[in-house]
Design a protein around this ligand. Structure first.
Ligand code: HC1
Ligand code: SF4
Length: 579
C-alpha cells in the first residue's frame, strides 16, 4: 500500500491507484469531464485531455491531471487551493471559448456535465473569444449529432469502439481540428452504427442525443379523429421515477400509467404483455428447432438467437450475415404489441387501423429505427407509429403539467395490459432467457419447472453460460450484454468453440435498463444494477410469473391467434431479417 496526504487527510491506497480515485475514496470529489470509469464493465476512458481534474503535488512545478497521475509514497496533494482553482477556471474558460452559448435551448440543458462543472467553478465570464465551429447537425432515425458541442472527451469513442466493438465513430485530425467522425465523414445513418445509443448515454454534453418524436405525439394526442394507444417497455418503469426525484430503484408502474392517462392517451397497454407473447412464440420456436436437431434435420439452426433487441439485429445484419438464420423469427415485443393492437384491438374498437396511433415508451433509441423497418408496416401504415424514449416521456409528463410524485397508482387497460413477472424481467440482461426457460421447460416436459428463479442466468458478467436440465436433456444457454461481448459470443458460435442451444443478446450493457434513452447514469453503472434489482423484485411480487400462465395471452390465442407459431402468428408476429 501507499500512504499519502490529500487536502491534509492521510490516505492509504493500493499501489496503482490514481490521485482521482484516492481522493474519491476519502470523499473528495474532483471535477472531471473526459474521465469515465465503467466499473462493472471493466472499461475506462481517461485520455487526460480535458485537464479539468488538475491538482497540485508538493514539489512539482506543474499541476498534474489527477485521473492520470498515480499516488506515490509520501505525496502531498492539494485539490482545491487558489492556484488549482485558478487553473481549473482558465481551463474551463478555454473549453467554453469554442463552445456555442446555447445552454438555454440545448437538449442537455440542466443535465450537462460541462454546464455543471462551469457552475461549480463559478465561471461568470469567458475571457477568450475563441472561434466557434459550424457543423451542420447529423440527423438519423435514432441519433442526432451536433459536433459544434463536442468537447473531444472521447467517451463516445471508447463506448462505441472498446465497449461495443462497433467502431462507427472515432477521432480524426489533430489539435484544434480534431473531431469525432464516422468512417468516411458520412452521416451516421450511412455507416455501421447499430443505434444502440450508448454513445448518447455517456456524452457529457449536448453533442449526441436521441431523435425526438415528442411533437408528433403531441399532435396525435390533439387529433380527435385518432385513438392514441401507449405501450410501456419493462425497463422504463424502473428508471422514470428518478427524473421526478424518486429513488432510482423504485418501480413506478402505477404512477406511470396514471401519467399517461393524464397526458391524454386513450389506452395504456403494457409491452410486458407482448413480452409474454414473445415467449410463447420464441419458446415454441426453440422447441421446434431442438426437435429438428434431435431428428438430425439440416435446418435446425441451433443456437436460436433472441431477436427482441434491434441494436443486436442491426449488429448481426451488418457483421454476421451468416448467423441471420439463427435469429428467432419472432418480432420484438414492441412490434408484436403494435401488430396485435392494429390487427386485433382495432377490430374490437371497430376502427380501421389507420385511425389508431401506437406510441411506444421505450428505454431505447434503436426502437425508433425498428418501428420504421419496412417489414413492420402494412401498406405504409407502421404497426408502431412513434417511439418515445424514457427522457422524452419525462418531457411529455412535464409539458402536461403533471405532478408525478403525487399521482395515484392505476392499472393498465385490459386485455393487453396484463402481464407476468417473466415479461417484466425482459428489461435486465438474462431476463429473456429466464422467461424462455420458465415456459419452455413446462411445454417440453409437461411439468412445471422445478424452480422459478434461475440465479445462474442473472448478473452482470459479460458473457454468462448455464446448462439447464430439461428433465434429462441438458439445454445449454449463453447470454451476452453489450455488443463487445456479443461479438465474442458470435465468434464462438462461428468457430465452433461454443455449443449453445439458445443465446440471448442485448446490445446495451445491463440490457434495456441501460438503454441509450434512459435517464443519464453519467457513467455510474451502479444505477443500472439497482434498476435490475428493482425488476427482479417486481417479478417476485407478481402473482403470475410464467408467460404461458398469462390469462390474457391464453385468451388472445383462443380468440384470434390460434396456436403459437401457427399461420396467424406467422403472418403477424414473425418476420425474417436480412442483410
Ligand atoms: Fe426492451 Fe423488450 S426488453 S427490447 O430492452 O424485449 O426497448 O425494456 O421493451 O420490444 O418487452 C427495450 C425494454 C423492451 C421489446 C420487451
Ligand atoms: Fe434497445 Fe434494449 Fe437493445 Fe439497448 S438492449 S438497443 S435499449 S432493445
Amino acid at each position: 500500500t501507499i500512504k499519502l496526504t490529500i487536502d491534509n487527510k492521510e490516505v492509504i491506497v493500493p499501489e496503482g491507484t490514481t490521485i482521482l480515485e484516492a481522493s474519491k475514496s476519502v470523499g473528495i470529489k474532483i471535477p472531471t469531464l473526459c474521465f469515465m470509469k465503467l466499473d462493472e464493465l471493466h472499461y475506462e476512458n481517461s485520455p487526460g485531455s480535458c485537464r479539468i481534474c488538475v491538482v497540485e503535488i508538493a514539489g512539482n512545478k506543474k499541476l498534474m491531471p489527477s485521473c492520470k497521475t498515480l499516488c506515490a509514497e509520501g505525496m502531498v496533494v492539494r485539490t482545491h487551493n487558489p492556484r488549482v482553482l485558478n487553473a481549473r477556471r482558465t481551463i474551463m474558460e478555454l473549453i467554453l471559448s469554442n463552445h456555442p452559448f446555447e445552454c438555454l435551448t440545448c437538449r442537455k440543458n440542466g443535465q450537462c456535465e460541462l454546464q455543471n462543472v462551469a457552475s461549480e467553478l463559478g465561471i461568470r465570464e469567458i475571457r477568450y473569444p475563441g472561434e466557434k465551429s459550424t457543423f451542420s447537425p447529423d440527423v438519423s432515425p435514432a441519433i442526432v449529432r451536433d459536433l459544434d458541442k463536442c468537447i473531444m472527451c472521447r467517451r463516445c469513442e471508447t463506448m462505441c469502439n472498446s465497449v461495443q466493438s462497433v467502431g462507427a465513430i472515432s477521432a480524426i485530425n489533430r489539435g484544434f481540428n480534431s473531431i469525432i467522425s464516422t468512417g468516411f465523414g458520412e452521416d451516421i445513418e450511412l455507416g455501421n452504427c447499430t443505434y444502440c445509443g450508448q454513445c448518447v448515454a455517456i456524452c457529457p454534453v449536448g453533442a449526441l442525443g436521441g431523435k425526438s418524436s415528442v411533437d408528433q405525439v403531441i399532435d396525435a394526442l390533439a387529433d380527435s379523429s385518432k385513438v392514441v394507444v401507449a405501450q410501456t417497455a419493462p425497463a422504463v418503469r424502473t428508471a422514470l421515477g428518478k427524473a421526478f426525484g424518486m429513488e432510482s430503484d423504485q418501480v413506478v408502474t402505477g404512477k406511470m400509467v396514471s401519467a399517461l392517462r393524464a397526458i391524454g392517451f386513450n389506452y395504456v397497454f403494457d409491452t410486458d404483455f407482448a413480452a409474454d407473447l414473445t415467449i410463447m412464440e420464441e419458446g415454441t420456436e426453440l422447441l421446434g428447432r431442438l426437435t429438428h436437431l434431435i431428428e438430425g434435420k439440416a435446418d435446425a439452426r441451433i443456437p436460436l438467437m433472441t431477436s427482441c433487441c434491434p441494436g443486436w439485429i442491426n449488429f448481426v445484419e451488418q457483421n454476421y450475415p451468416e448467423l441471420i438464420d439463427n435469429l428467432s423469427t419472432a418480432k420484438s415485443p414492441q412490434q408484436m404489441m403494435g401488430a396485435v393492437i392494429k390487427n386485433y384491438f382495432a377490430k374490437k374498437l371497430n376502427r380501421p387501423r389507420k385511425d389508431i396511433v401506437v406510441v411506444s415508451l421505450m428505454p431505447c433509441l434503436a426502437k425508433k429505427y425498428e418501428c420504421m423497418r419496412e417489414d413492420m408496416s402494412v401498406e405504409g401504415d407502421p404497426d408502431v407509429n412513434y417511439v418515445l424514449y424514457t427522457r422524452e416521456l419525462v418531457r411529455l409528463i412535464r409539458f402536461a403539467n403533471v405532478d408525478f410524485q403525487s399521482l395515484p397508482e392505476s392499472d393498465f387497460d385490459s386485455p393487453l395490459g396484463e402481464s407476468t413477472g417473466a415479461g417484466t424481467i425482459f428489461g435486465a440482461t438474462g431476463g429473456v432467457m429466464e422467461a424462455v426457460v420458465r415456459t419452455a421447460y413446462s411445454i417440453y416436459t409437461g411439468k412445471p419447472a422445478p424452480k422459478i428463479d434461475f440465479q445462474e442466468l442473472r448478473g452482470f458478467e459479460g458473457i454468462k453460460k448455464a446448462t439447464i436440465d430439461f428433465d434429462g436433456i441438458q439445454i445449454k444457454l449463453g447470454i451476452a450484454h453489450g455488443l463487445g461481448n456479443a461479438r465474442k459470443l458470435a465468434e464462438s458460435i462461428l468457430n465452433g468453440t461454443s455449443d449453445f442451444h439458445a443465446v440471448e443478446v442485448m446490445a446495451c450493457p445491463g440490457g434495456c435498463i441501460g438503454g441509450g434513452g434512459q435517464p443519464f447514469h453519467h457513467g455510474d453503472m451502479s444505477v443500472i444494477k439497482k434498476r435490475a434489482a428493482a425488476l427482479y423484485d417486481a417479478d417476485r411480487q407478481k402473482s403470475l410469473r410464467k408467460s404461458h400462465e398469462n390469462p390474457s395471452v391464453q385468451k388472445l390465442y383462443a380468440d384470434f391467434l390460434g396456436t403459437p407459431c401457427g399461420p396467424v402468428s406467422h403472418r403477424l408476429l414473425h418476420t425474417h431479417y436480412t442483410n
